[in-house]
Design a protein around this ligand. Sequence first.
Ligand SMILES: CC(C)(COP(=O)(O)OP(=O)(O)OC[C@H]1O[C@@H](n2cnc3c(N)ncnc32)[C@H](O)[C@@H]1OP(=O)(O)O)[C@@H](O)C(=O)NCCC(=O)NCCS
Length: 164
Amino acid sequence: MEPSYTVRQADLNDINEIMKINKICLPENYSFDFFYRILSEFGYVCVVAENEGVIVGYVLSRIERPFTSFLGVQNSKGHIISIAIIPKHRRKGLGLKTMKYGLKKLIDHDVETIYLEVRVSNVAAVEMYKKLGFYIKKEYKEYYRDGESALVMEWGKKESSEMT
Ligand SMILES: CC(C)(COP(=O)(O)OP(=O)(O)OC[C@H]1O[C@@H](n2cnc3c(N)ncnc32)[C@H](O)[C@@H]1OP(=O)(O)O)[C@@H](O)C(=O)NCCC(=O)NCCS
């Protein structure tokens, strides 16, 4: 039988599980305090994916107000900080499902643009982001500690059709 997955808003009780998955899946790891700060402030746009009540993936985001438009209005930007699905549950559509839930939360909070950084070698993630309507905006040379470059990918409300 195919496993069934649910996604829900993350909360502070999820930090330990999120940290475990982050360590298994990514070289970019953060302190408990970092996760605590993100979830305290931006838990409403962070998501966990569950299989039979066990957390198997997450998407952490925050909302930034980095610039003022020519009309003097603050434009909010969503920033996807970290996303991972544990290996056993990959290639089943869960990355897309979890991201869509997180992106919708950001959009519901008046975010017009969403961006993220991804390693140039991370084909799986880049392909998934493209499926969600992200495009490559620029490259940061030697962005990561090991010297690898990052692609900055962006999603724009204006450019993208409805995300379903
Ligand atoms: C990137 C990641 C979240 C994708 O999760 P997932 O649950 O496997 O993704 P999905 O099953 O929803 O796949 C969505 C699409 O992404 C692309 N994709 C996913 N894995 C891929 C792979 N190994 N190779 C090529 N494309 C891949 C495909 O286009 C796929 O659609 P398809 O299955 O119809 O071909 C997962 O591989 C992961 O956790 N990787 C480690 C952490 C990471 O790299 N995070 C991103 C940091 S920026």
